[in-house]
Design a protein around this ligand. Sequence first.
Ligand code: FES
Length: 144
Amino acid sequence: MSFEPTIVGFLCNWCSYTGADLAGTSRIHYAPNVRVIRVMCTARIDPTFVLKALHDGADGVLICGCHPGDCHYSEGNYKMMRRYPLLKKMLADYGIDEARVRLEWVSASEGQRFADIVDDMTQRVRELGPSPIKEGLARDMAER
Ligand code: FES
C-alpha cells in the first residue's frame, strides 16, 4: 500500500484561502492530502505552529499567502518571508528535511496554481515518506 502523506496547509484568508476555494468551485481535481487551517495573514503563522503541526503528525506543512505587495495587511507576507529561512534552519537543527515545509504565494484568482502546488507538494512528501517525528513518537510509545 502506498504512503499517503498528511499535509497541514496554513492559508491566508484574503488570497490563498480564496484561491483554494476557487479550485474547489471550479471543480479542479487535486490531491486531497492537505488539511487547511485558515489564518488572517501569513504574518500570523508563528514558526511554532509549523513545528507543532509536524509534532502532532503532519508529514508536511504548506504555507500560502498573498503575493508580495498584495498582503491585505501591507507587509505581513514580508514578515513571513523573513521568518521562513529561520524556520528552515530550525527544521535542519531538528533533522527534518526542509522539503517538508513550503512557502508559496497564491492569489484569489489562482485556483489552478493552488491545485498544482498541492499536487506537487503531495508527490514530494510522498517520496520522502512518513515524517521521522511521527515514526520517532510511535517508537517512543511502543517502548513505554
Ligand atoms: S493577508 Fe495574505 S499574506 Fe497577509
